[in-house]
Every structure is written in structure tokens, then in C-alpha cells.
Design a protein around this ligand. Structure first.
Ligand code: KG4
Ligand code: ZN
Length: 338
């Protein structure tokens, strides 16, 4: 029996998970809600909060899994990308634990954690898999061929999808984090109020959300003096903006489905929590007769279950890492090819 401990601390969630004998027995997530009052994540405060909560979370995760520290066989932690100070807390803690327990340590690329998060679901994706990664920091279209082979098809040339949600929410006075607020406002609005443009780039698989963001800003400036937006208008703009993001993502996904041999689709990352986007991609999959796996909510946002799973797969594939492993500066090793 193999017990895997996973630790995630790349941004504003501290998370600890345990996979025991292939089964997820704990996925504890402590969200740092106090950043709300600053309108975004304050890196230094984030690091301090990780430091306070990581040890109690490890203890709790072991307790709910009925395991002692000594029962852990492999220790995995997010090594980047993310906020450097925040990452260092989880990473250094994991390394220290591995050193004292004399157990192997596996650094995990955060994006790869998201990429394979669909495998935490009972009905698993099948390779070759089209992974649509939509988070606060990344927007990627990946052709995932195995647990060791990922071909990058496209990415954003400017803002990430989640970043666009957050910035437009701020513009509309909806607050932070923007994604869930926009989704909620959009439920009460009409998406046909404004047709915001979807960028057409030279590379058919790339994304751009910066122009869309500017279009929303221009629309607000032109129609609402002194930035006073009535609620119903705010709801309509939210719905129209969200629809443009969904059109951009589904369009590129369809292009990939037409060009490549793909067995299944997976929508992953924080923005995968967006229900209309989930519905739209489920429809695309249905239309192209492909299987689709969208992780349940606890595996969409940042979580350690995906880090433990990714780390376990790397370990099983024979990868071994030195404790001196240090991903800084820059992004740690990933397995992308283009
Ligand atoms: O994956 P994640 O938790 O952190 C990163 O790795 O970036 O993603 C966070 C992003 C934020 O931009 C947040 O606004 C967005 O996910 N998000 C959503 C929703 N819930 C979270 N975006 C759209 N609709 C949602 N329901
Ligand atoms: Zn993430």
C-alpha cells in the first residue's frame, strides 16, 4: 500500500491531500478569504497565512485518513508556477518532511496538476485528451497523450481567462474574486445585450482576452457617465462578457477537435467552475461524439488532490528528484512540447 501526501501553496489556497492505495482520503483546502478587502491577493500576507496553516492541515489530513506521519511513502508539493513566497512555504515544508522521514520528495508543476485533475473523478478521461486549462494565471489548449507527454496547441497571448473575469468584475464594481461574481450577475442578465468581439489570431489555437477587456471598458465609458452602472445593466454586461469568453474557448476547442485525433475532453482550472462554460463544452463534446470529464468543484480551484495525483504519476513513471531541487528562478520542469 502506497500513501502519498500532497501540498499546494501556489497562491491563496493552502491545501493538503492524501492518496492512500490509489484512493483520495483527504483533500483539505483552506482559502485565504482576507484578501477580499484588498481587491486581490497580497503576496506577503499569503505566504504568512500558508506558514500558519500548513502544519495543522497536514495533521488533519493524516487524521481523517487514519494515518500517522510515518505511514507516508511519498511527499509531493507544488513547485511553481505561482507566487514565489507562497510556493516556498509548501515546498520547503515538504522537503523538510521528506528529509526527516527519509522518504522521496516529488516537485509538481501546478499547471500539470490542473491538467490531470479530471483523473480524480470516478469516470476518467481517455488519451489522447484535449485539456482546456482555464485559470487565473493560465489559458492553455493542450493535447495530452499520456502521463508524460503533453503537446501545447495554444495559449493566451495576453491575459488569462480568469484574469479577464477578475479585471472585468473590478471594472463593473463586482469585487474579487471576479469569476463567481460575474457568473452570478450574468444569471440575471441577457447575453444578447452587447456582442463583444472574440479575437481572431494568426494561430487558430491561441487566445487573447485583452481586447475583450478593453471593449467592455469602452462600452462602460461610453454608456455610463461617472461609472454609475444600474444593476440590470451590470448583469447584462456580465452576461455578454461571459458569453464572449465562452465563444472564444469553445471555438478553439472545436478547431482542435477537427484537426487532431482526440478521444476525450477535459475542462480544468479555476474558471472550469463556471457553469455556462461547463454546459457549453459539454454540448461541444456531445456534438463531436467525444467523452468529456469536468472535475467537480473541489478539484477545479487550487487543491492538493491534483498535486498528490500528479506527483504519484511522476513517481510511478520512475522519476526521482533530489532534495536540492530548486525551481527558482523560473518555472519548474514541465513536460510540454510544442
Ligand atoms: O485555478 P485557480 O484557482 O488559481 C490559479 O491557478 O490561477 O483559478 C482562479 C481563477 C480566478 O481568476 C477566478 O476568478 C476564476 O478562477 N473563477 C471563475 C469562477 N470561479 C473561479 N471564473 C469564472 N466563473 C467562475 N464560477
Ligand atoms: Zn491553479
Amino acid at each position: 500500500m502506497m500513501n502519498v501526501l500532497g501540498i499546494e501553496s501556489s497562491c491563496d489556497e493552502t491545501s493538503v491531500a492524501v492518496i492512500s492505495d490509489g484512493k483520495l482520503t483527504a483533500n483539505l483546502i483552506a482559502s485565504q478569504d482576507f484578501h477580499v478587502k484588498y481587491g486581490g491577493v497580497v503576496p506577503e500576507l499569503s505566504s504568512r497565512a500558508h506558514l500558519q496553516i500548513v502544519l495543522p492541515l497536514v495533521k488533519d489530513a493524516l487524521a481523517v485518513s487514519n494515518l500517522a506521519l510515518n505511514d507516508i511513502d511519498v511527499i509531493c508539493a507544488t513547485a511553481g508556477p505561482g507566487l514565489i513566497g507562497a510556493l516556498l512555504v509548501g515546498l520547503t515544508f515538504a522537503k523538510g518532511l521528506a528529509y526527516s522521514l527519509k522518504k522521496p520528495f516529488v516537485p509538481v508543476n501546478h499547471i500539470e496538476g490542473h491538467v490531470y485533475s479530471g483523473f480524480l473523478m470516478p469516470d476518467k478521461p481517455e488519451f489522447p485528451l484535449l485539456a482546456i486549462v482555464v485559470s487565473g494565471g493560465h489559458t492553455l489548449l493542450l493535447l495530452v497523450k499520456s502521463f508524460t507527454e503533453i503537446q501545447k496547441l495554444g495559449s493566451t497571448v495576453d491575459d488569462a481567462a480568469g484574469e479577464a473575469f477578475d479585471k472585468v468584475a473590478k471594472m463593473l464594481g463586482l469585487g474579487y474574486p471576479g469569476g463567481p461574481k460575474i457568473q452570478k450577475a450574468a444569471e440575471l442578465g441577457n447575453k444578447d445585450t452587447v456582442t463583444f468581439p472574440v479575437a481572431d489570431l494568426a494561430d487558430p489555437f491561441n487566445f487573447s482576452f485583452s481586447g475583450l477587456k478593453t471593449s467592455v471598458l469602452r462600452y462602460v465609458q461610453k454608456n455610463f457617465k461617472d461609472n454609475i452602472i444600474p444593476d440590470n445593466e451590470r448583469n447584462n454586461i456580465s452576461a455578454s462578457f461571459q458569453d464572449a469568453v465562452i465563444r472564444a474557448i469553445t471555438r478553439n476547442a472545436e478547431r482542435a477537435l477537427r484537426k487532431y485525433d482526440i478521444k476525450s475532453l477535459s475542462l480544468v482550472g479555476g474558471v472550469a467552475a463556471n457553469q455556462p462554460l461547463r454546459d457549453a463544452l459539454t454540448n461541444v463534446a456531445l456534438q463531436y461524439n467525444k467523452k468529456i470529464v469536468i472535475p467537480e468543484m473541489q478539484f477545479c480551484g487550487d487543491n492538493a488532490a491534483m498535486i498528490a495525483f500528479r506527483g504519484l504519476k511522476l513517481y510511478e513513471s520512475g522519476k526521482r528528484f533530489d532534495l536540492s531541487y530548486n525551481p527558482f528562478p523560473g518555472i519548474p520542469e514541465n513536460h510540454f512540447s510544442s
